[in-house]
Design a protein around this ligand. Structure first.
Ligand code: GUN
Length: 284
């Protein structure tokens, strides 16, 4: 039976460490702040934004909240971002996605100063990651690296397979595993021999977005399995991942549960990016 990788505990450890680091910066007279922008009132986004604000409160990061009406124009949003880009008291800027349909998301992401891009979505941040320069990394894949390291899963020299090629998870995940000297394969919807490739993985990261699509038959005995998916099932509205936990945990060596695996790590890494932003902007 696989050992559970406890993302809830690891994320709490990380937030406690950040709280301490922020306290030390405060002692030097440096505050850490995050501007969170939400346009409209999408219920899921509202929950995410509130969780981010709570994590700020916990870690001692000042959160500046901009809750804008659905009808906000692209120009209004861009001018707010411009103002925050130029405000020395703001270290990180986060625009909650998705944005309403009349606003060009790509244009908005590109308008954020890369030095304040704590989500790591700006093309400059993506480029910095790919050449190994200092910059912000998308929080979910950054959190997965922390989960692996803190669960004593060695990456160097290991066969790492990422299923999914999104800009936010799959691609940066592959770059990060490569940075850690893993041997990386990216699989996607057109991959022909998925089972054969997945079952050669020492580390298997599943970010497909389909409930329980990867079962135990795709997994090598003893592999570390990271499940990025989160879905509500028909059965009593319970949560499940992209991995069929029951069969996968019979084969895997270590596995993340859903909920309580990857999910809590995303916000912990966002807090870390805010801390790093303040450090960088203050010339540390
Ligand atoms: N919407 C869903 N996930 C995210 C995220 O990580 N960052 C932002 N900005 N919006 C999101």
């Amino acid at each position: 039976m696989a050992e559970i990788i406890d993302g809830k505990k690891i994320s709490t450890d990380i937030k406690n460490e950040i709280k301490e680091k922020v306290r030390k910066l405060n002692e030097e007279g440096i505050e850490v702040s995050l501007a969170v922008i939400l346009v409209g009132s999408d219920p899921a986004s509202t929950v995410y934004v509130n969780n981010k604000k709570k994590a700020c409160e916990f870690t001692g990061i000042k959160s500046l909240s901009y809750e804008l009406p659905e009808e906000t124009t692209e120009e209004e949003l861009l001018s707010l971002i411009e103002k925050l880009n130029n405000d020395k008291a703001v270290n990180g800027i986060l625009v909650q996605l998705p944005l309403p349909g009349h606003i060009n998301e790509d244009k908005v992401i590109r308008s954020i100063n890369p030095d304040k891009d704590v989500d790591g979505f700006h093309p400059e941040s993506v480029g910095r990651l790919s050449i190994g320069a200092r910059g912000f990394v998308s929080c979910t894949p950054a959190g997965i690296i922390e989960l692996l390291k803190r669960s004593d899963v060695e990456i160097e020299g290991k066969n790492c397979v990422v299923i999914g090629r999104s800009n936010i998870v799959g691609k940066p995940m592959a770059m990060l595993l490569l940075r850690e000297n893993g041997t990386v394969t990216i699989c996607h919807s057109r991959t022909k021999n998925l089972k054969e490739i997945a079952s050669a993985a020492d580390i298997l990261v599943v970010a497909v977005g389909k409930p329980r699509i990867i079962d135990g038959s795709y997994i090598k005995e003893g592999a570390a399995v990271i499940d990025v998916g989160i879905h509500r099932t028909g059965e009593g509205n319970k949560l499940c991942g992209d991995v069929d936990y029951a069969s996968a945990s019979e084969v895997a060596g270590k596995i993340t549960p859903v909920p309580g695996g990857v999910g809590p790590m995303t916000i912990a890494m966002l807090m870390n990016n805010c801390y790093e932003a303040a450090v960088m902007q203050n010339g540390r």
